[in-house]
Write a protein that binds this ligand. Structure first.
Ligand code: ZN
Ligand code: ZN
Ligand code: ZN
Length: 1004
């Protein structure tokens, strides 16, 4: 009987509501539970469903037609089905004084939810009818909230005695005409006080039938109070009353009518309710297993984010000290509270996907071993994790074991705090952790603060095959040991964690563990940032690793991680350290500002270093020591304080396609028997040599571009050897290649040009085989061979030098075979010895020396040479010019078609200086003037002797290379043969093209 009446009543209400809002209809047909909203509802409303519902609503409003109840089957969460509690609250159906008490409590304004006495199982409305009615007007003497609430409380007594069906049928109609019969003060004042902006918009329901009821003329029409309740009671009053309700009752009253629905879904109302139960500052959503997100209310798609969040968490049980109450006995609420986490666990044993909310507090000594898909989450205001603390002294604080495939732990602090004490304890704690994840489980742990003061082991241990946790947004900091150990083939995803200031490494990955780590922030550790060893693997992407006391990333003993797009910087030693047969792929990382090298590779390690930016190191860029290997390619290495790449002690890496530039030291430094294949790199703008090769090293350099250095291009010294092949070496402030002190490289097919101090400089005992190089456009000499050096030059082309082609000075020797030496601004080959104990004495065979802008070969200053089968032709100042006393060994040379431009100028009476200027020393007769008291170092040409020093006491010194000091104006007398050289002469020595020198010739 009761259910029939209720259903009927409900149906009437529903029909009425559905006419305007298009919902709250379906509950008549399929809901059976007493509270559909907050029971474990398997198909919780999702965003998509919500949106769909909104669309449905709009459609229906537009059409203005009542919806088919069946169409709304899925949008059910908003609508409670059982009106009983709502009516009970309003007094319409409450038995005894319950309704009155509630109303009075609300009217007093001081009653909290816990003080109410309502309960769920309300008697049917007709119980009330036995009570004597109270006139609504007389019970509303004032329009205060309290009075209004009192009228609400009183109103049930006016309910129609005509039975439930009559009441439900009559409610809407009675309301229409009963306005005047209400207390005018209460109704009108409340109406005017109502500010629409305070609440969601609502519509006054239209009533177009049953108006005849007012004609009864009864002062206390039984429908008047109901009408007042439904339509005229000020929203604020209803809101105040509703604010005293728990969630279930709120849902019930929401079903009464659209107005109630709107008010009962008030955001602030639900926010308060939500925060009183869950304590969170923000709505927390649980869109899928193991996923809990706080969302700013304004960023939510839900109309009432607080209510939605409330609903999503409602199946949870609470661990909250002092809140323990028997489950389900609380009126309007069905929430379980426990004193301890274990008690909650036990309760959850049979629940399918249990959720445990752990409220503020320190939970010490509670064994938390998780073997199921339980979800544990802290529940507190403010920073949730900081307020919920799990702590253990002996065993691991939280342990996940086999079976916890989809367990969740979030927003708590996990502390492992063993007493600082004896060695025994230390041994014991070695195997215990703040967080321990064993094999075959895959929990999600997020937003946790993890601390351990154990001096052994780690704060977090993930160990064993099948251990595949998701650990994200956790903070593992200030631990007295390693932050996180992943070992024994464990895997898992580790994202967005903060791992900092730990006493040992931030992370250990070992024994074939293979984690995926992204976007972690690993810094200020007192040891390495990440240490991968004993076969450890892993994929590390976009981690920020910095300010660790040792290397940022250390790899050893067959470990082979992949490290991509990480930033590894400001380490107090190196950036990446790979040793003891370590491997690894380091790709697209930024490695900078480390105190030692950006990358160290030692002791038989063989990593791949590709496409990294390695810069601003306080030492070098990449160091390969101790038989290290490695593939180092496509990196950009710059701005390091020491060498960009250093190869040492039998290391043999492949270094290719790198840019190595703007270092404060050299580009590539190979020493102590370093080797290496160094190919296709661009090495430029370094402060010292582009490439240094020394102390027994034998690298191979091929197809590199080495240029624009502030010193030498490639520098071999102290027994530096190796092969330099097919490189472009240009624009250095010193020479392109320097070879000295026992170095004996092979230098083949290179282009060496634009050196400001010559192309190739071999000196101080340097050796070397130079074959088939192009050496051109260098200032000073194309090739210098000086001070007891003895290289072999074969089939090189040495041309367009801005001074001599080859200068062999001061004990320089060398074998020069089959070279083409042409178009150089000064002598093709100049051989000299000045104040050096050893005579310069090269061997020149089968060279062609031609088209020089000065002489072909000049030999002076007690030097000598062996000249065999050379062809010397078409040089401007003569073919072979020998100073007085020089007697080279000559055999089979062909010297032809050379021009005696100097001789001709002198014969025409000009001063020698006319064609020499300051910088050129053409070979001619050298005089001095005793009358003018010129020194040994002053030379005077024969024409000046005849003219400017006519009548003076003069003497012939020798035939040699000089310019005329008389013509140059360095003597006391005034030269009478015009001092300054012609303008064209200057261009001659500034690598002038041949056509200009022809015009000079014509002029001369
Ligand atoms: Zn002169
Ligand atoms: Zn003189
Ligand atoms: Zn003169």
């Amino acid at each position: 009987m009761e259910s029939v009446a209720l259903v009927h009543f409900r149906h009437q209400l529903a029909l009425k509501e559905s006419a305007t809002i298009g919902e709250s209809t379906r509950q008549t047909t399929h809901r059976t539970k007493e509270n559909p909203d907050f029971d474990n509802n398997p198909d919780r409303t999702r965003m998509s469903q919500l949106k769909k519902r909104k669309i449905n609503k709009k459609k229906l409003l537009r059409k203005g037609s009542p919806p088919n109840p069946g169409n709304n089957a899925e949008d059910d969460f908003e609508v409670p089905i059982v009106p009983g509690p709502a009516l009970a609250f309003l007094g319409l159906v409450s038995g005894g004084g319950a309704g009155v008490d509630t109303g009075a409590g609300a009217g007093g304004g001081g009653a909290g939810p816990s003080s109410r006495s309502m309960h769920h199982y309300h008697p049917p409305p007709y119980h009330l009818r036995r009570k004597s009615p109270t006139h609504p007007v007389s019970s509303c003497p004032a329009n205060t909230l309290g009075a209004a609430a009192a009228s609400v409380a009183a109103s049930p007594t006016t309910a129609s005695p005509a039975g439930v069906s009559a009441a439900t049928a009559g409610l809407p109609s009675a309301a229409t005409g009963s306005m005047l019969m209400l207390s005018p003060n209460a109704a009108i004042t409340a109406a005017t006080a109502y500010c629409p902006s305070m609440l969601p918009a609502r519509k006054r329901p239209r009533r177009t039938y049953f108006t005849g009821d007012t004609s009864t003329g009864l002062g206390c029409n039984p429908f008047t109070a109901a009408h007042y309740l439904l339509y005229e009671l000020p929203d604020e009053v209803l809101l105040t009353i509703f604010s005293c309700l728990y969630e279930r009752d709120l849902c019930h009253v929401a079903q009464v009518c659209k107005r109630f629905y709107t008010i009962a879904n008030d955001n602030e109302l639900w926010k308060n309710l939500y925060q009183s139960l869950y304590e969170y500052d923000l709505p927390l959503f649980n869109p899928s297993p193991c996923k809990f997100d706080f969302v700013q209310p304004e960023d939510c798609d839900y109309e009432n984010p607080w209510k939605e969040s409330f609903k999503q968490l409602y199946h949870g049980v609470h661990v909250r000290e002092g809140y323990h109450k028997p489950l389900g006995k609380e009126c309007g609420r069905s929430v379980a509270y426990f004193e301890t986490i274990q008690a909650a666990f036990e309760f959850c044993d049979d629940v399918e996907r249990p959720l445990v909310l752990i409220h503020s507090g320190v939970y010490r000594g509670q064994l938390i071993v998780i073997e199921t898909n339980i979800a544990l989450i802290g529940a507190a205001p403010g920073n949730v994790a900081e307020n919920v603390i799990l702590e253990q002294e002996c065993d691991s604080t939280v342990m996940f074991m086999e079976g916890a495939q989809q367990a969740y732990l979030g927003y708590v602090t996990i502390k492992f705090s063993p007493p600082s004490c004896t060695d025994n304890n230390m041994q014991h704690h070695h195997k215990h952790y703040a967080l321990e994840i064993q094999e075959n489980c895959a929990p999600t742990i997020e937003h946790c603060i993890i601390r351990s003061i154990s001096h052994l082991g780690a704060a977090v241990s993930v160990s064993g095959p099948g251990a595949e946790p998701v650990i994200r947004h956790c903070e593992i900091s200030d631990c007295e040991n390693v932050g996180l150990i992943i070992t024994d083939r464990a895997q898992g995803h580790y994202e967005d964690n903060e791992i900092s200031r730990n006493a040992l490494a931030g992370i250990w990955v070992k024994n074939y563990a293979n984690p995926i780590m992204r976007r972690n922030h690993i810094h200020h550790g007192k040891d390495v940032g990440i240490f991968c060893f004993d076969g450890g693997l892993g994929y590390f992407e976009a981690n920020d690793i910095h300010n660790n006391r040792i290397a940022g990333f250390e790899v050893k003993a067959q470990a082979n991680p992949t490290v991509v797009r990480c930033e590894i910087h400001n380490g107090q030693t190196g950036g990446i350290y790979v040793h003891e047969q370590g491997m690894g792929q380091f790709i697209e990382n930024k490695i900078h500002s480390n105190k030692y090298a950006g990358v160290w590779i030692t002791s038989n390690s063989n990593p791949t270093i590709r496409r990294n930016e390695i810069y601003n190191g306080l030492q070098g860029g990449v160091y390969i020591f101790g038989e290290g290997r490695g593939l180092i390619e496509h990196n950009n290495i710059y701005g390091n304080a020491l060498a960009g790449i250093q190869i040492r002690t039998n290391s043999d890496p492949i270094v290719r396609h790198n840019k190595i530039h703007d270092g404060q030291h050299g580009g590539i430094y190979v020493h102590e028997k370093g080797q290496g294949l160094i190919e296709c790199n661009e090495v430029y703008a370094n402060t010292l040599a582009g490439v240094w090769i020394t102390t027994g090293s034998t690298p191979t350099l091929r197809r590199n571009r080495i240029h624009s250095g502030k010193q030498v291009g490639v520098y071999f010294y102290d027994n530096g050897h190796g092969l330099l092949e097919d490189n472009d070496i240009f624009n250095h402030l010193y020479s392109g290649v320097q070879i000295r002190t026992g170095s004996h490289p092979t230098i083949r097919r290179n282009k060496i040009w634009g050196g400001q101090n010559g192309g190739v400089l071999v000196y101080n005992g340097g050796l070397g085989l130079l074959e088939q190089n192009e050496i051109f456009d260098n200032a000073m000499a194309g090739v210098w061979i000086k001070t007891d050096s003895n290289p072999t030059l074969r089939r090189n082309k040495i041309y367009d030098g801005r001074e001599a082609g080859i200068c062999i000075f001061n004990g320089g020797r060398g074998l020069l075979e089959e070279n083409d030496i042409f178009r150089n601004a000064q002598a093709g080959v100049l051989i000299s010895t000045q104040s050096h104990p050893t005579q310069s004495h090269p061997n020149l065979r089968r060279n062609q020396i031609f088209d020089g802008l000065a002489a072909g070969i000049e030999i002076t200053n007690n030097a000598t040479a062996t000249l065999e089968h050379n062809q010397i032709f078409n040089n401007r100042f003569g073919g072979l010019c020998l100073a007085s006393g020089v007697n080279p060994i000559q055999r089979g040379n062909k010297i032809f078609n050379n021009h005696d431009a100097v001789e001709k100028a002198v014969s025409s009476g000009q001063c020698l200086y006319k064609i020499s200027s300051y910088t050129s020393f053409p070979m001619h007769d050298f005089y001095r003037c005793r009358t003018c008291n010129t020194t040994e170092r002053n030379a005077i040409c024969v024409n000046c002797i005849k003219t400017c020093h006519n009548g003076h006491v003069v003497e012939f010194i020798r035939h040699d290379r000089f310019f005329c000091d008389c013509g140059a104006g360095t003597l006391n007398n005034q030269c009478q043969l015009q001092g300054e050289p012609t303008q064209d002469t200057d261009t001659l020595y500034d690598s002038a093209p041949p056509i200009e020198s022809q015009s000079l010739m014509a002029e001369v």
